[in-house]
Design a protein around this ligand. Structure first.
Ligand SMILES: Nc1ncnc2c1ncn2[C@@H]1O[C@H](COP(=O)(O)OP(=O)(O)OP(=O)(O)O)[C@@H](O)[C@H]1O
Length: 532
């Protein structure tokens, strides 16, 4: 454009006629620039959105497929920040790099044209560039550290807020809302400091560029003027030099792009920590068809922070048996349940189902063969029916209803506004009702092994008996492990695993163990309410 305008000016001066061709070309070039700018906005926006979605999916996939105890060290608030704000910043990097490349191309073209018109004007521009390069280097380095600190504090606030929301009832009951707010917002000062640091670094770079680049333009123009007076340049040339010099110092826009790239890369490093989570390893083995569901644990141990939580657990649960796991609070019952269905890999020993080590079985297959129900089940899916059907395999309507009946959930579901089709957010549920939906979900997914981890603790005694009967009389699972505090569960089971301090104290039928006062004491000192 400057070359066309310069040539048009020279034609005008030389011929005293309107240079229509030059003007038309200049108009076409300007229109093309406007069109390109619009294309950049549209393509840039969609590319960033797609890349962000790609990063989020990839990282979420790694988190979901990671060995659970590795993924657990990232708290929900922290994970959310990484997957939302951080992924957003990291997702913008490719487009920002492309924009930066565009930002560099135009000044480079400008510089090249200066050399073509007159090398001395090009050299004048080059003289100031080393200083500008130093400025950019400092910007990239300082932005990266300030942005990383800022993003870390953001995560801390998000973690504390999500903890406070999670425990909102306790916070209200303890009247500690003000204290919680102060705790959640405590990193705010540091966050502000790091935020200011980021913008100070950016401001310094922009300020430096704003001081340096006009001086550079002036220098190029001065050299151009000198060359005009020497007769080496025409007036049109000088006009073009002036325009190209302005284009060349457009390099200043690079400061904004480089700052954004540095912030994006700092955010991407936080995603890297999630990408680095070791996946749940397996050897893609299948379980033998029609196996009885025999579970064996050999010398199983779990250690956390040097503390043994399960030690030397040796157990055989015969296929088709119902086994209760009892023991005082903190004795390792939930850990044993998690290990039995590979929600957790033990640190020592092996767990096999029908002779195949669990860590060898394809996880998707394992999830169709092993079903869990928990004390506080997460209700996933859009409707009440969906949440029961939720799993690796989706059961049909009659199977969902049969499972709900077995879990004694059918009656209260029938009272909901739309029955099974009631959206979960329109279904106010008590703790016991939530538990029954969790149980129904487990019952609706038959397989070799069913693990109930305290999954009936909120049910009243009558309902629990109903569920217990359904459990014993078949839910389509062959083997059942039931963690419970109630003596009736132990009495109904074929045998009882009695845990104490992370060790198996005994594995025998309830009637045999009942003679031991220590065993009877479990039901008095546990959180269970019934003894007999
Ligand atoms: N991820 C973990 N990191 C560190 N310690 C853990 C972890 N998970 C469990 N523990 C500890 O292991 C012990 C056993 O926990 P577990 O949940 O198995 O007990 P439990 O017998 O099911 O107790 P309750 O009857 O109260 O539910 C507890 O002391 C608990 O603090």
């Amino acid at each position: 454009l400057p070359a066309v305008l310069g040539a048009a000016l020279d034609t005008l001066l030389a011929t005293r006629r309107v240079p229509w061709a030059g003007l038309l070309l200049a108009t076409a070039l300007t229109a093309a620039e406007i069109l390109l700018d619009s294309a950049v906005a549209v393509i840039g926006g969609t590319t960033t959105a797609r890349h962000t979605a790609f990063l989020r999916r990839g990282v979420l996939d790694r988190v979901l497929h990671a060995a659970p105890h590795h993924a657990d060290r990232f708290r929900p608030g922290d994970l959310t920040t990484r997957l939302t704000a951080n992924a957003g910043e990291a997702g913008a990097v490719p487009v920002t790099i492309a924009t930066a490349a565009g930002t560099v191309l135009l000044p480079l073209g400008g510089a090249l044209c200066l050399f073509l018109i007159d090398p001395w004007t090009g050299l004048a521009l080059l003289a100031g560039l080393p200083l500008f390069a130093l400025l950019l280097r400092a910007l990239v380095r300082d932005t990266a550290t300030a942005a990383a600190d800022y993003q870390r504090e953001q995560s801390t606030i998000a973690t504390r807020l999500s903890e406070a929301l999670d425990g909102i009832a306790t916070v209200r009951a303890a009247a500690t809302a003000d204290r919680e707010r102060a705790r959640a917002l405590e990193p705010l000062d540091r966050l502000a400091t790091h935020g200011r640091r980021t913008w100070q670094v950016q401001g310094r770079a922009v300020g430096g560029a704003a001081a340096l680049l006009p001086l550079l333009t002036l220098l190029v123009l001065a050299v151009g003027g000198l060359r005009l007076s020497q007769g080496a340049l025409t007036t049109g040339d000088l006009l073009a030099v002036a325009r190209y010099a302005v284009l060349a110092v457009g390099l200043g826009a690079l400061t904004g792009a480089l700052g954004a790239i540095s912030r994006g890369r700092a955010a991407d490093r936080r995603l890297d920590e999630l990408r680095g989570l070791p996946p749940l390893a397996h050897h893609g083995r299948v379980l033998p068809g029609n196996g009885p569901g025999e579970l064996r644990l050999r010398d199983v141990g779990v250690v956390r922070d040097g503390r043994p939580l399960l030690t030397g657990v040796d157990l055989t649960v015969p296929g088709g048996a119902t086994v209760a796991v009892v023991g005082p609070s903190g004795s390792g019952k939930s850990l044993l349940a998690a290990v039995a269905g590979r929600l957790l890999d033990p640190d020592t020993g092996t767990v096999t189902l029908d002779g195949v080590p669990l860590d060898g079985v394809d996880p998707l297959l394992l999830r169709t063969e092993v079903t869990f129900a928990f004390a506080r089940p997460a209700l996933l899916g859009a409707t009440v029916g969906d949440t029961i059907a939720f799993g690796a395999v989706t059961p049909d309507g009659p199977a969902v209803r049969a499972a709900a009946r077995a879990a004694a959930a059918d009656e209260f579901i029938a009272l909901l506004p739309d029955g099974y089709r009631t959206p979960l957010d329109r279904a106010p549920l008590s703790g016991g009702e939530r538990q029954r939906l969790g149980l129904a979900r487990a019952f609706a997914h038959p397989g070799r092994l069913l693990v109930l981890d305290d999954a009936t603790s909120s049910l009243d005694t009558v309902t629990e008996r109903l569920v217990q009967r359904a459990l014993i009389h078949g839910t389509g699972h062959r083997t059942r492990i039931v963690v419970a505090h109630r003596v009736s569960t132990a009495a109904d089971a074929d045998s009882v695993i009695w845990l104490d301090g992370g060790r198996v104290r005994a594995h025998a039928p309830h009637t045999e163990l009942w003679a031991d006062p220590g065993y009877r004491a479990v039901f008095r000192t546990g959180t269970g309410d019934d003894t007999r």
